[in-house]
Ligand binder design. Sequence first.
Ligand SMILES: [Cu+2]
Length: 410
Amino acid sequence: MRLNIAPLFLLACSSTFWSASASPTSVKVGSQVQAALDLIDATDAELRLDLNSPEVQSIVTGQYVNLYMAEGEGDGPADGAETGAERMIKAGHTHGFHTGRVDAHAPIGVMGEHVHKSGEIMLSYRFMFMQMDGNRSGDSQLSDQAVRDSGFVVVPTDMTMEMHMFGMMYAPTDDVTLMLMIPYVRLAMDHKAGATLGDVVFTTESEGIGDVKVSSLIKLYRDDHRQFHVNVGLSLPTGNINERGRATPPGNVVLPYPMQIGSGTVDLLLAGTYVVQFDKCSVGTQANGVVRLHENYRDYSLGNRFAWTGWFQYEWLEQLSSSVRFDYQLWGNIDGADPDLNPAMVPTADPNRRGGQRLDLLFGLNWMFTDGCLKGHRIAVEGGFPIWQKLEGPQLEVDWLITIGWQFAF
Ligand SMILES: [Cu+2]
């Protein structure tokens, strides 16, 4: 929506439309006016445009530009509101962190990376899928037979993880956004067993509601182009840690750690997110940690996790941005042990073969509907693969992962 608003600018320059008392207001400024704004900047004049004057209104609502008026600190509009129309005319500077821009939401695989304006609610749904195939120890791959030869009776060969993540965000104030995430998890793992692998092939499956997460997102800093906020939250042990395999060769037994749905512990969630916006692109970074606060009722706690991610997004259209992202994750081994699991049977039952590190490269698209009955809705996809991983194995390695999401703010 790069419309010619030069006539608006000319009108604004006539004294009729100057007002010392007008509050700063966000306006879309066409590139055509930039030179003139720069001139004003150079002459040190302060341009304050009275957007409520009937003359300006008749122009902006009529034919030239779709205008969004923000009050106060120049926040952008709500998600999905008149996006892209948020430039500040004030001595030629653009102004306001653009919370309604398509790239104001990070790639969909990142969570808790944006905040909302007071009173806003956002609903979201994500489908996340991860394919793991083959084993790895350290940074080298292991054949199934090599895992068998290192003494395990059962060798996991591949695994799929699916998650349906339902989210809700609500901002009681401009500085605090509350976030609730409810996952539904489905896991499936294939195995081989027997002295000669292939004697027995079997699959274990588990599914259910995972650990529900509640967080507060606290905006600490925002200026024209940058925003920093922190997340403090808890993960609640709503996911089952007593999933059992029905048709495994050893019978109806407790499934190993990676087939359990939850952590079984209350976990502290901490994150910090910093985003910088430029004219047509943005960069962001988020660090986050998961700290297990106690041992679960099956006498263990999963390893703590740390993750760092950084992304770049380019806005091709008002509705469309694409992204590239690096995601580094580090997670520890398990403390304690489930007494019903035998670590000599299968590597997934060994609490000291769970830790690892991984660096993923991901590519994504964000689409934001700006018109019609879908206005305010966003859809997004992001997928990628590890470019490096180092596992305390034998442990299944990740092949690729994808997240598809929908978001709606009102
Ligand atoms: Cu949101």
